[in-house]
Design a protein. Structure first.
Length: 239
């Protein structure tokens, strides 16, 4: 899942105003009097780094690009898993290949719907994942799959609102999100069962899956994406 972002981490500083001109103030003319000094102007904190990609939840394209970003991350992860990770047993190895294929289909599907409105391809950052270690791979996979489920559930309210406002693409997007989230939940179930076979509830921990807010999802996904992602108009109660 690929992108050429603007440079990150660039700091902009404000000039100290008047410090050199004010200097020392002589309070009196006596030789024994010490000059009063001005309080140094404090340097303001640097601004937040600018985002490379901004997802606008006031538009259907913005919500779909949110899903597209997450699917890109998952597809890239499983592509690397299936190159570097040797699962125990042919069945689970085949399941990982199937999951990776599903994620790539999701990427291609969303890219086709978005067309020219699609965000650029993102660059994954998997430096913290040890693809030779079973626990590292499965924990990351479990995190990504459950993050996807929570993201789609949370995005549904935005698409429903856009549909009620007459956006023609929103109802189709809402139905597609419902189709995809079911598959993501099945992925999470497979990974959970493999992650901790001794725990009977790992295949489906809850009767209802959470609906995660976009800002929370992006914060969790951000360490695995080279580009800086921002969201706007992501208050579900907003107009």
């Amino acid at each position: 899942m690929p992108f050429n972002p603007a440079p990150l981490g660039r700091r902009r500083f404000l000039a100290l105003s008047g410090a050199s001109a004010a200097g020392l103030v002589i309070a009196g003319c006596g030789d024994d009097e010490e000059p009063a000094q001005t309080t140094p102007t404090e340097e303001p904190p640097p601004p937040e780094p600018m985002a490379d990609v901004t997802l606008d939840f006031a538009t259907t394209a913005g919500v779909l690009n949110y899903a597209y970003a997450l699917e890109q991350l998952e597809a890239a992860f499983y592509a690397q898993v299936n190159k570097e990770f040797e699962a125990e047993g042919e069945t689970f190895q085949a399941q990982l290949r199937d999951i990776g294929a599903h994620e790539q289909v999701h990427v291609d599907f969303l890219a086709a719907i978005l067309a020219d409105d699609a965000i650029p391809a993102l660059e994954p950052n998997f430096e913290t994942v040890d693809f030779a270690d079973r626990e590292s791979v499965l924990q990351t996979a479990f995190t990504f799959e459950n993050l996807g489920v929570g993201a789609y559930n949370g995005a549904a309210r935005f698409l429903a609102r856009l549909a009620s406002q007459g956006d023609e693409l929103a109802p189709t997007a809402l139905m597609a999100a419902g189709d995809i989230v079911a598959v993501e939940a099945r992925h999470a179930s497979v990974i959970g069962a493999q992650l901790d076979p001794g725990q009977d509830d790992m295949f489906a921990p809850n009767a209802f899956d959470p609906a995660m807010p976009p800002a929370e999802v992006v914060a969790a996904a951000q360490p695995f994406i080279a580009q800086r992602i921002a969201v706007t108009n992501a208050d579900p109660q907003g107009g």
